[in-house]
Structure formats: C-alpha cells, structure tokens
Design a binder for this molecule. Sequence first.
Ligand code: NAP
Length: 338
Amino acid sequence: MPSNPQILLASRPRGAATVENFRLVVGDTPPLEDGQVLVRHHYLSLDPYMRGRMNEGKSYAASQPLGEVMMGGTVGEVLESRNPRYAPGDKVVGMGGWQEYAVVDANAPGALRKVDGSQVPLSYYLGAVGMPGVTAWYGLTQIIAPRAGETVTVSAATGAVGSAFVALAKARGCRVVGIAGGPEKCRYATEALGFDACIDHRQHGDVKSMSRALKEACPDGIDGHFENVGGTILDAVLLRANAFSRVALCGMIAGYDGAPLPLQNPALMLINRMRVQGFIVSEHMQLWPQALQELAGLVVAGQLHPRESIAQGLASAPAAFIGLLHGQNFGKQLVKLI
Ligand SMILES: NC(=O)c1ccc[n+]([C@@H]2O[C@H](COP(=O)([O-])OP(=O)(O)OC[C@H]3O[C@@H](n4cnc5c(N)ncnc54)[C@H](OP(=O)(O)O)[C@@H]3O)[C@@H](O)[C@H]2O)c1
C-alpha cells in the first residue's frame, strides 16, 4: 500500500488562520478490509467552511479534531476495491480529506459517489457540479425563488458559488448583478460569466458608496440577494431592497476570522417585509440530484463555464486556503494532487 502525504490541523487559530495552523506528515494506507476501496485523489477542494471547522465551540457542524487529517471534499479514482459496487478505474467524489489517498468504507451512506468524467471535467464535481453549485441552486430556487425580470444580486460573484449562481439566475430570466473584489474580477464577471453588471467592493468600501453603486446597477431595486460575504455589502443591499424581497444568507466570509459583523439598520427587514433566511446545503440532500442535474446540463450546454484557481501539490494547500479567505483565489479553489 502506498505511503500517504497528509495535512493535519496542528493548532487552532487565534484570530486569523495561518499556515502554521497546519502540519504536513506522511502516513500509511492500511490494507483494505471487506467493503473498503482505496482512492487516489486527483483534486482536493478548498472551501471557506473549513475555517469555521478549525474553531472549537458550538456550530452547525462538529469542529475539526486537532492532530487529525483536515476534512475536505475530493475527487479521484479507485485504485483497489474490496467492494462489489466499485472497480479500479471508477471515478469517485467523496470527503477524502487533505491527503493523497483515502481508504473508504464504500458502504457507508454518502461516503462515495461515482461520477462521469467524460462530459464534465472531474474537477467540476468539487465546484460547479458539486457542493458549491448546489449551494447556489438551493439559495436561488428555494429561498430567493425569483420571477423572470426580477433583479438579483450576489457577493463573491466570481467564486465557486457566485459563478454557478449567475448561470442559474440568467437561465430564469433575471437581471443579475455581482459584487466582487477588484477590476479584473468585475471585468471577468460581465465579459465571461454573464453578469449584467458587477460592482467592485474595493472601490466602494463603505456603505454609502456601495449603496450608490447598487442603485445605479439595479435601477428597479433588488428583489433577491444571495449573501456570501456580510458586513458593508449586506448593509448596502438592505438599503436598496424592494418590498417583499428575499435574502439567502449563505456565507459571511468577512467575519470568519472572528471580526463581528454588526448590521447598521436591521429595521429595513421589517419595513420592506423581507424574508431573510440562512441555510446549510448539506441539510438538504434530497434536493441534490435535481440540482446536480441542472448544473451538469448547464455545463454541457456551455452556459456554465466556471473558472478554477489550481494550486499544485498537497504542500501548497495551507497557503492556498489562507489565500481563499482573503480573496486571492479567482474562481473555484482546488489543489491538484496528481
Ligand atoms: N451555507 C452553505 O451551505 C454554504 C455552502 C458552500 C459555501 N458557502 C459560503 O459561500 C461563500 C462562497 O463560497 P465559495 O466556495 O464560492 O468561495 P469563493 O467565492 O470561491 O471564495 C471566497 C471569496 O470571498 C470573497 N471574500 C473573502 N473575504 C472577503 C471580504 N472580507 N470581503 C469581501 N469578500 C471577501 C473573495 O472574493 P472577492 O475577491 O470577489 O471579494 C473570495 O474570492 C462563502 O461565504 C462560503 O462560506 C455556504
């Protein structure tokens, strides 16, 4: 069995996470038992939720134990199998963690899912046709539920979730306005991703300026907002929200390192009779097949062509992850392991 480079959580962050919170070790892969398969990971997914798991304390999910392999989504190939449902060569998605190989009990519910790499590139199963894509689908269709012609907005617009959101919202006939960091991301949002307009939050760093930019980009106000960041952006969106508008609270990445994100004027939610709803995509597994089918269809039809930021080799994962938390990724952040 091959030796297995792995990244462990070495310590919990105090404030901002750093590369020193992680440790690279080389472990063993144990011999397979009945029901198990050996998977060689091709890509590791880096996702903002991992920052929350590095903390101790009450949350919607258990925290990452210290000294253990960092949890994370992976896509790869079965190398050996002692499970009749899997054969060497099968391509599979799972939660293999920050390591090159995983021995997986393939009978455990949800442990592995076979995927077809012939129409959709394997890496997309960690992004547009995976958890981030389903996240965009859930917030858009189940919370914002837009009618054609409505205006919807999304922050972290060029990221894994944001780029799926725009494709799904355009397919429903919406005007879609993105908010992203920097002129290059904003140009890409309108020229390649199909946004009708994109606002640079670095250029509009305070609520007044962001609110003015939103007014210009959304002349009919905002009917639905998909929040990935929080803070100034959410305050400004509330100022431009229409009566009976909906906000899907997906992420608050601006506060993941511990900074409080107070709302300036929560009364606007009452005045505008808004629906503001948080959600966790993994609590809605029954909807994933429907969402994945639509997302794969958009990719095959050329209507969803997400960009990827690919770091090379397992050792690069900690720095790439810290970069993701600071907006240095441009599209879905992955680590290529093979
Ligand atoms: N609720 C759920 O079930 C669920 C599931 C998946 C993801 N999420 C959330 O969805 C959001 C997007 O995830 P993703 O995987 O698609 O990540 P992503 O958008 O690919 O990457 C994160 C982006 O967040 C932006 N960002 C980071 N810090 C920021 C700050 N202080 N102010 C403004 N923008 C900042 C950066 O984009 P810019 O440079 O453009 O600002 C960065 O590129 C995250 O908040 C994540 O936690 C939630």
